[in-house]
Design a protein. Structure first.
Length: 212
């Protein structure tokens, strides 16, 4: 069975797809067979997968997040049979989609933008994570370089009693440019800073998994 990493947040625009696609690619480049499961009705990750250059070999499977939660969780698992690691790009809805994504995951990452509203609004996701007992951590996403807000938000997240990764993604054009090409910041030139962010998050994820 595949080891499954869920990237989950009920709020749209939190950076789920950016984190999920880049993380899946980083794990694949480490020598693993990876499948990305897209549960978002907008199918952003699915569209990204359709634009892959030849030989990319990172399958993206879409699953309807409006299925009953039990059926959705089973469907997610069935799409990962041939992979050693699965990455779930969670839907932007808390109810069935998020519960199934968390339930299907061994570890969950919760990307969150550094704003007070996002910090307060993540409570519903944390409740789902804690109800299932799933290992989870926050990843601050789309931080604005040169500001202190991300640190302030990281301090505010400590009240949820979940770890907050030190590495973060930033608002960088490289992420969008790479996605338009069906690739990631690990594949394109001139994206060294963004690549370092993803590699740092991948390292912290490995440490989180080892600590389980």
């Amino acid at each position: 069975m595949a080891f499954v990493i869920g990237v989950v947040n009920a709020k749209g625009g939190s950076g789920k797809t950016t984190l999920a696609t880049n993380l899946a690619r980083a794990i694949q480049l480490d020598g693993n067979e990876v499948t990305l499961v897209d549960t978002d009705p907008q199918k952003t990750a699915t569209t990204w997968g359709q634009k892959h250059p030849q030989g990319y070999n990172l399958p993206v499977r879409h699953v309807d997040s409006t299925l009953p939660e039990g059926n959705l969780q089973e469907r997610i698992a069935s799409l990962l049979d041939d992979a050693s690691i699965g990455v779930i790009d969670g839907s932007a809805k808390i109810a069935k989609g998020t519960g199934a994504a968390v339930g299907a995951s061994d570890v969950v990452l919760i990307p969150i933008q550094p704003t007070p509203a996002d910090t307060w609004g993540v409570r519903s996701v944390v409740e789902v994570v804690k109800d299932t007992g799933t290992t989870a951590a926050f990843v601050i996403s789309r931080q604005i370089v040169g500001t202190n807000l991300a640190k302030e938000v990281a301090d505010g997240l400590k009240g949820y009693d979940l770890p907050v990764f030190e590495h973060r993604t930033s608002q960088r054009v490289a992420y969008a440019e790479a996605m338009f090409e069906g690739q990631t910041v690990l594949d394109v030139s001139g994206a060294g800073k963004a690549e370092a962010e993803i590699q740092g998050i991948t390292t912290e994820l490995a440490q989180l998994i080892e600590s389980k």
